[in-house]
Design a protein around this ligand. Structure first.
Ligand SMILES: [Zn+2]
Ligand SMILES: [Zn+2]
Length: 133
């Protein structure tokens, strides 16, 4: 499916072709630190399927427990996490779910690093809630 999106401030925008069955959740502690949230949602696609605006992304290289390197791309202005790739930037990329405009149609199909998932993950539904702030 064709999707598009942008960072929070709008400096970086993109369009992409993605397969909705390739949306996943990662509960790893790196994703928790890098997002400030209990887990991160990402959709994988070939680098060639992503068309970026001309503005330059900023990159941070994360070294995982396994020693493997992953590139983390974000907006240099507002810091929105936008993409990830392996050490070779021509490889497959992940698009961070939160900056995709059609994200309501992209439901996670699998999860990884479940061992570091927060224990209260299944309890959120029962918390007192309000429709807005
Ligand atoms: Zn931005
Ligand atoms: Zn992760």
């Amino acid at each position: 499916m064709e999707v598009n999106g942008q960072c929070h401030c709008g400096q970086i925008s993109f369009a992409a072709m993605v397969d909705p069955s390739r949306v996943s959740i990662c509960h790893c502690s790196d994703c928790q630190a890098l997002t400030g949230s209990p887990f991160r949602v990402t959709v994988l696609t070939a680098r060639d399927n992503i068309r970026l605006s001309s503005a330059a992304l900023k990159m941070y290289v994360k070294v995982g427990d396994s020693g493997g390197k992953r590139r983390q791309y974000f907006c240099p202005e507002c810091g929105t996490p936008m993409f990830t790739s392996g050490d070779d930037e021509t490889s497959e990329w992940g698009i961070r779910w939160g900056c995709i405009r059609q994200r309501a149609d992209l439901k996670p199909m699998r999860q990884i690093w479940r061992r570091s998932a927060v224990s209260w993950l299944g309890e959120v539904d029962q918390l007192p809630s309000r429709a807005t702030d």
